[in-house]
Design a protein around this ligand. Sequence first.
Ligand code: HEC
Ligand code: HEC
Length: 274
Amino acid sequence: MTSVKWLVAAGICLWTSAVSGETLVERGEYLVEGPAGCGNCHTSPVPGSAPYAGWALVEPGFVAQASNITPGGRIADWSDAELARAIREGIRPDGSVIGPPMPIMLYRNLSDSDLNAIVAYIRTLEPVESEFVASEYPFPLPPAYGPPIDSVPDVPREVSVAYGEYLAGPVAHCTECHSLKDGMPDFAGNFGGGGHEWHGPWGISVAANITSHEDGLAGYTDDQIITMITQGIRPDGSKMNPPMGYHHYARMTEGDLKALVMYLRTIPPLPSDG
Ligand code: HEC
Ligand code: HEC
């Protein structure tokens, strides 16, 4: 009973300290640099590269041009509403659709206030000028990712399964990488089941099973899971590989990490079938 009370009190305390006096840009900075990890795709990993200035993202089966999203790119000409729609619905002002791997299906559930915070922060990035390079996909893109979105309410920011679910999905898209099957997210059949491979200079990394199954996270303590997420170090001391954005998650608050792990514990178990 005391431990439950303590957890609730700690949750409220972390929550209030996180929101007190926070500006829109500060919230946006936390999300973009932290759990949303936009830079994991939009910043080239080549040391010395300008943050958020874009690069060619090599994915299994295609190469996508992750755009320059600094105010020196073409988004400078877009209104806040247009930029917000591009991020949440994947539709640019000219009506064209943003392709993978930008996780639009999950961004569709970003709350209005978090979306506005992300837009506000993006506008403050160091401008880097570059020409837009279009991606070429070897498959057709959908005309849209769903009906137009009017409004998405906030999920209360607290140490809860619901907020952890919001972080793991719409914000950090953990469930996108960890649910891929044949290159596409399979939320119905492989939710959290892992198995997708990335080939890079580091070799091959395989998305882990992050369900509550014993092939997944069942055998780890909360602290071990948090160390893997934020430092990319497994309990045996071995280092984990890209493309998971460990350095972004390292900036997450203790409360947000607790909520995230609380949620991961609730993902229905799936065996790793290989
Ligand atoms: C998993 C990789 C990935 C992540 C994470 C990601 N993006 Fe993208 N984003 C892309 C790719 C790839 C494109 C270009 C797709 C295309 O050419 O159709 C893109 C396109 C965009 C565009 C359109 C720019 C233009 O000039 O057309 C905006 C705006 C954008 N992203 C913002 C964001 C923001 C903000 C975040 C974080 C909340 C984010 N992205 C996270 C991969 C990603
Ligand atoms: C861009 C894809 C990607 C994203 C996004 C991503 N992961 Fe991962 N994750 C991976 C890959 C790949 C591995 C395996 C890395 C390795 O073994 O070197 C991994 C490994 C893990 C592991 C280790 C499990 C084990 O048993 O070894 C955990 C835990 C984990 N991810 C949780 C998360 C959480 C939580 C998030 C969101 C905050 C997340 N991941 C976001 C790709 C991703």
